[in-house]
Design a protein around this ligand. Structure first.
Ligand SMILES: [Zn+2]
Length: 50
């Protein structure tokens, strides 16, 4: 089982942090954990591989 990590960047409070798949689902469902703003898929990006 692979755990994909995404970076969430909130357009409202401008916080950004890494989330796993479960956290990503939670964000899309309940919104930003910091400010409560609605989260759309576009706010979640897969990290670039360095
Ligand atoms: Zn926020």
């Amino acid at each position: 089982m692979t755990t994909s990590t995404h970076t969430f960047a909130c357009p409202e409070c401008r916080r950004s942090f890494e989330v796993d798949d479960a956290m990503r689902e939670a964000l899309l469902e309940v919104g930003c954990v910091v400010c409560g703003a609605p989260v759309v898929d576009a706010d979640l990006t897969a990290p670039t591989v360095e």
